[in-house]
Write a protein that binds this ligand. Sequence first.
Ligand code: NI
Length: 216
Amino acid sequence: MNKKLIIEQTKTFVRDRLYGEGSGHDWFHIERVYNLASYICKKEKGDEFIVKMTSLLHDIDDWKLKKENDTDTTITGNFLKSINLDEKYIDTILNIIKTMSFKGGIVDSTQHTLEGKIVQDADRLDALGAIGIARTFAYGGSKNRLMYDPSIKPMEYTSLDEVKNKKNHTVNHFYEKLFKLKDLMNTDTAKHIAVERHKFMELFLEEFYSEWNFNK
Ligand code: NI
């Protein structure tokens, strides 16, 4: 099995599918997650092939991008079969992808393999820092959300429908998800990066509020 070639084939497949995706799950998100995951994998000594493949494919069947079954991984599974990947790799990769998404924090997304922990960390790191801020507003815009409305306070979700349907503004997403991620990192390598990115988001919101309340 030529792992290098398979990774290149997978990159091409994912780039073609997600290049122009407009809600923050585009090819460049995948590329950043891939680079973060590869870095963490080296430090944490995970299986490089599994980590690279899973990070490339993790958003192909993303629940936020479509309405059907939340843990559906048909497109990813079909692709992996089409390139004749060994069954054991396919199972491992699909299992991680099915369970790694945050989903408002109400679904168990605990990872039981080192490779799952690494890819989940990498995906979460890309939701933090300057890139995280930019992605959050881009995603909010794609959902026609206001940037901010001081009268709508952040909330704790109790069901997946609530997460999907609540009329919300983008600043709340920092409190409902992004500020929680630092403490949810699995690996020490990711924790260190998360702390820095977290601080930057706090600074950003401080400035945001001070401009919002200018001369009030
Ligand atoms: Ni992602």
